[in-house]
Design a protein around this ligand. Structure first.
Ligand SMILES: [Zn+2]
Length: 331
């Protein structure tokens, strides 16, 4: 992380901001993008804090996006609750909140461009058919991983079938990206890690990967700081950025908070909503998780000053060697 390179947010930085993502904006633009599937909990606070501190340490802008495309998973009132909680904890967005549910046209345009360029094909497979095809091929899928699509419909639909979902046709060209958490370059082969991935789901919902890339591009996001659970999405997003001629942001994945069962903290393993009556305690816990040590502040304003100073010190240091980064990394 090079502070000098990316600061550039002097007077006029906002004016130079280009909303269509076709030009690199002058300054740092970060974002936090929660899904309204429940209230904020300790895990989502860590992700929000990391993105906010990195933006503040770079004197950049920080944007908020509500990822509410997956309607069946949206909890009524959760988005409003998340926004109110963030405000109570002292987060202030540098722009209007973006709601993915209001951006179908942008996703459709990007999808059509990808389709015209030959990157998209229709897939008739049901989940069960994919599982059967993989089982027949002797491929075993880890419980946590999405199955690697076996390519059944790649060369055309089987006779008498019509498309349910639409997939991106990946190629063997490796995707390279650096995780600035440890400075290590990842080199990934999409045919191996996920296969042809879904862009438009069988239920008619735009896939997360497509929406994120379109939205980050439209907002001119330069730096994506998020939980390590999303690192496995990055290669797909980088490839989509290439296809859509969007500039690639820098990525930094912070360790996720785990629940009692050793898995990422979620409603299912005991995450509770944040205690809005004790914001300082909640903030201090999140900062400690991010390796910022004990921050003893009397008020929220002072907490953010101290936390931002500590984060900025870290930004100024050269990237840690893989060995020294190890204890800090997510399992
Ligand atoms: Zn198929």
């Amino acid at each position: 992380m090079h502070l000098e390179e990316e600061t550039g947010a002097g007077p006029g930085a906002r004016e130079r901001f280009v909303a269509d993502g076709t030009k690199r904006p002058g300054g740092y633009v970060g974002r936090f993008a929660p899904s309204p599937s429940g209230p904020l909990h300790a895990g989502s606070l860590v992700a929000a804090m990391a993105s906010w501190l990195d933006a503040r340490a770079h004197r950049g802008r920080w944007l908020l996006r509500i990822e509410d495309l997956d309607e069946p998973r949206n909890v009524p009132g959760a988005a409003e609750d998340i926004l109110a909680t963030l405000e109570r904890f002292g987060f202030v967005a540098d722009g209007p909140v973006v709601w993915q549910s209001r951006r179908h046209g942008a996703y459709r345009d990007a999808f059509d461009r990808l389709k015209s360029a030959g990157h998209v094909y229709g897939c008739a497979c049901t989940r069960r058919e994919i599982a059967l095809a993989l089982a027949r091929a002797g491929v075993r899928t880890d419980r946590h991983a999405e199955p690697v699509y076996p390519g059944t419909c790649r060369e055309g639909l089987p006779p008498g079938r019509s498309p349910r979902a639409w997939r991106a046709r990946v190629d063997a060209r490796p995707v390279r990206w650096i995780d600035h958490h440890d400075g290590i370059e990842r080199i990934e082969s999409l045919p191996q890690s996920c296969g042809d991935f879904v862009l438009l789901r069988a239920d008619g919902i735009w896939a997360y990967q497509l929406a994120v890339v379109v939205d980050d591009g439209a907002a001119g996001v330069t730096n994506v700081v998020r939980g390590a659970d999303l690192a496995s999405s990055t290669a797909r997003q980088v490839r989509l950025q290439e296809w859509l001629d969007l500039p690639g942001p820098r990525y930094l994945h912070v360790p996720v908070v785990v629940g009692g069962d050793g898995e990422k903290l979620s409603k299912q393993n005991g995450a509770r909503a944040l205690d809005g009556r004790a914001p300082i305690d909640e903030l201090a816990r999140a900062a400690a998780h991010l390796g910022l040590g004990v921050i003893d502040a009397a008020g929220i304003g002072r907490f953010w000053e101290l936390a931002t100073e500590r984060w900025a010190e870290r930004v100024r240091r050269p990237a840690p060697s893989p060995r020294s980064a190890a204890p800090d990394r997510a399992p």
